[in-house]
Design a binder for this molecule. Structure first.
Ligand code: MOS
Length: 765
């Protein structure tokens, strides 16, 4: 999501005639490996414990690190005594701002050059200043983890505290209004929305609040790292391999070629595993100590020093005429984003593409608080934005006595509501039709609070989810083909558990016309051709485009090698397709030549090509987003106010589904995260101290098995004619719309409208 703007900025100068006419990918609609329900190729390694994660790699002579995080929110370190810690058994090094090497400032997230992924523009251990509660102030290195943990308790630190900005309400007085949100214009006003709101026969105008959320990936952030002269090896849990290698080379002033980041397996990322201070201090410690270092954050440290989702306060106002057509759509609000953070939590962006209306008003304001830099978290913007907007649509439908799906249907736009740009493909109404039928929406009682069995009130709700299509412009793929018909496809892709290597192997098999068993997909290593980070739900199509480009180049290479005697002589890359280990003329399938024959005649064992993806021009020419219709049945105890989600169904419209098994897992996982957002997840931030009070999984509640009902997932499967393979992103759309669907079901069950998450029982009594 963060990159749409950058892509538009980079490509914005291109004249219209250079934009693609939209020649669809020839693989769209072909049924081979793509679309097949393949199991994860790395599944057996994972269930057998053979997959090595970053904190499981052992290095010769390795020592162990622990961090000290600031317990104060703002001020400076006035006194620092490391003598006792340094004298403790097994201690190798105590690293503080005094002996930390002087570094460049971390370059912050920017995808256009893949050169940087930092989540914060703050210096790392460069001075005595404390800028937020949880900031890293020291690293202790010892022969064992226990010795490091013990010695950390012996470091004596005295603080001089300074007043901190920690209160959301107070910060509103000085809210900033950035000109752009991810380079989309921030403040947008079309027509006179306030007047329409006043005059319309039907309107709603309310504030919605969502709390902060902690990143809670099951794998803790971890690195195992070593220097060899100026060469650095980093085993890391990251969703940004090549950008991390680029940033580290710059930060430590060493050659990029000498920096190797390895991350073949990641136990969940969700936007939280890009580039944070722990990587930098561990690498610095390894350099000073001249020893390999392992650092795995504690769960508490993840909560304190890895930014999470920011709290928001959003206003959504809608007005409709007597026919149920919107005359005003307003979505504005406040969120926390310190000047040194990079994620604007773009909650109003999804609303701008959602509904047709006579007038519009959008805008976001940022509050500067002294907090850990907030960052991306699955569906940044849209997940909390859709809670506000889709609750409001439900409120208006109730006021008008119209079915909420019907109200959405009446306001479905033909083209992008603000820009007028054509949608590449938009099947959200079809997703609603399929979902409603499957879910049994016709069983819903329109009158709230009328279905009761014993103490349980039951209700149904629905909501729309959406997440923009992104294809990242940078990146390259190498294909190495052997005479025996084996292909190795390589790039520094990352897999946080979603099945990257499985799906790209399936894709490469079809693209190269080889069986799945003949494909090896190599990834997770910055020495491979650079892939963009896994983020913005963009990795799959970004890499797919690079594989397509490499396959074209390979085809050209084979045709050149085939020579004049070949049945395919004279044909160009676009005139053949790769199938069954052969080049086959599109026009005359009798003209064909096998990879094996071509390579043998040329006296070659192998052929290797590397190519970069085409520019993602489809993003400029078309309005593109993945969408969903989420359905929920919830029960609320009339005695305790407890909410139980009994049924959840997601009906998705995301283009071609490349692998039904891995896709269903992605959708389901996103929906479970949405369930957590709706019912339990909340970073408890003490505004008096500026400290997070529930920095553990015992106190920060993610859904457990008993909270999660059977989740049904279906999709339209309508291919997007403008994207590689006809696919759009599926990583983030799953969480969007879910909290609203649940809140709407709770309203239908009880008649109580809760506009501030999570939906805890105290709000329902
Ligand atoms: Mo995502 S929040 O871009 O990992």
């Amino acid at each position: 999501n963060a990159v749409i703007g950058s892509v538009k900025t980079v490509l914005g100068w291109m004249p219209e005639r250079w934009l693609p006419g939209g020649t669809p990918d020839p693989l769209i609609g072909r049924h081979g490996e793509v679309g097949r329900q393949a199991s994860r190729l790395d599944g057996p390694q994972k269930v057998q414990g053979k997959a090595r994660f970053a904190a499981e790699v052992a290095m010769e002579g390795m020592c162990y690190a622990t961090l000290i995080n600031s317990p104060i929110t703002r001020g400076r370190i006035a006194r620092l005594d490391t003598a006792a810690a340094e004298a403790a058994p097994g201690v190798v090094l105590v690293l503080t701002h005094r002996n930390m090497p002087r570094l460049e400032i971390v370059p912050v997230m920017s995808i256009s050059n893949m050169g940087a992924v930092g989540n914060s523009a703050l210096p790392i251990l460069q001075d005595d200043q404390i800028r937020y509660n949880g900031q890293v102030i020291a690293l202790v290195l010892a022969e064992t983890q226990e010795q490091a943990d013990h010695a950390a308790t012996l470091v004596e630190i005295g603080y001089e505290q300074a007043p901190a900005r920690t209160r959301f309400e107070e910060a509103k007085a000085n809210a900033r209004t950035p000109a752009s949100i991810l380079t989309e214009k921030n403040q947008v006003s079309v027509g006179d929305a306030p007047r329409e709101l006043q005059q319309a026969p039907y309107s709603v105008d309310n504030l919605y609040r969502t709390p902060g959320h902690n990143h809670a990936a099951i794998e803790l952030h971890a690195v195992t790292t070593a220097w060899d002269g100026d060469a650095l090896t980093l085993h890391d849990a990251t969703q940004a391999i090549a950008p991390t290698a680029n940033a580290l080379a710059k930060l430590f002033g060493v050659r990029r070629e000498g920096v190797r980041v390895l991350s073949p397996f990641v136990g969940g990322g969700f936007g939280g595993k890009a580039f944070w201070d722990h990587q930098v201090v561990a690498i610095a410690a390894a350099r000073i100590a001249a020893r390999p270092v392992r650092l795995m954050l504690s769960r508490e440290a993840v909560c304190r020093m890895i930014g999470g989702r920011t709290p928001t306060e959003q206003r959504v106002a809608l007005a409709a005429d007597a026919a149920g057509k919107f005359t005003a759509v307003v979505h504005t609000g406040f969120s926390v984003m310190p000047t040194y953070a990079v994620c604007p939590e773009q909650y109003s962006l999804g609303s701008r593409a959602a509904y047709r209306s006579k007038t519009y008003q959008f805008g976001q304001r940022h509050l500067d608080l002294d907090v850990v830099p907030n960052t991306y978290m699955r569906g940044p913007g849209e997940s909390v934005g859709s809670f506000a907007m889709e609750s409001a649509v439900d409120e208006l439908a109730h006021q008008m006595g119209i079915d909420p799906i019907e109200l959405r249907r009446r306001n479905e736009p033909e083209t992008h509501p603000l820009s007028g740009t054509a949608f590449s493909q938009r099947g959200v109404l079809e997703a609603y039709r399929m979902g409603a039928e499957r879910f049994g929406w016709d069983q819903r009682s329109a009158a709230p609070g009328t279905r009761r069995e014993g103490e349980w009130l039951t209700g149904m709700g629905c909501a729309t989810g959406s997440f923009p299509y992104v294809r990242m412009p940078a990146g390259a793929v190498r294909i190495h083909l052997t005479q025996g018909g084996q292909a190795t496809v390589s790039c520094s892709a990352q897999d946080m558990g979603m099945g990257t290597s499985t799906v790209q192997s399936q894709h490469a098999a079809d693209r190269l016309g080889l069986p799945l068993e003949a494909i090896t997909f190599e990834m997770g290593d910055s020495d491979l051709p650079p892939a963009p980070m896994a983020g913005g739900s963009a990795q799959t199509v970004s890499i797919a485009a690079a594989i397509a480009a490499a396959a074209d180049k390979l085809t050209g290479e084979l045709l050149r090698m085939a020579g004049n005697a070949s049945p395919v002589a004279g044909l160009r890359a676009g005139e053949v397709r790769l199938v069954g280990g052969e080049l086959v003329s599109l026009e005359d399938p009798a003209r064909r030549d096998s990879f094996h024959a071509i390579l043998s005649r040329a006296g070659r064992e192998t052929v290797t090509v590397t190519a970069s993806a085409s520019a993602p021009l489809e993003m400029l020419k078309f309005a593109m987003q993945s969408m969903s219709a989420i359905f929920c049945e919830a029960r609320v105890s009339a005695v305790t106010g407890e909410v139980r989600v009994t049924r959840l169904l997601g009906s998705f419209d995301c283009g071609t589904i490349l692998n039904p098994k891995t896709a269903a897992s992605q959708f389901r996982g996103g929906m479970i995260m949405g369930l957590g957002m709706a019912l339990t997840e909340e970073t408890l931030f003490d505004e008096r101290s500026g400290r997070i009070m529930n920095a553990s999984l015992a106190d920060y509640h993610i859904p457990a098995h008993l909270d999660v009902p059977d989740i049904e997932v279906i999709w339209t499967g309508i291919p997007d004619p403008r994207s590689p393979l006809g696919a759009r992103g599926i990583g983030e759309v799953g969480i969007t719309g879910v909290a609203a669907a649940i809140a709407n079901a709770v309203f239908n069950a009880t008649g109580k409208r809760v506009r501030d998450l999570p939906l805890t029982l105290d709000k329902l009594l």
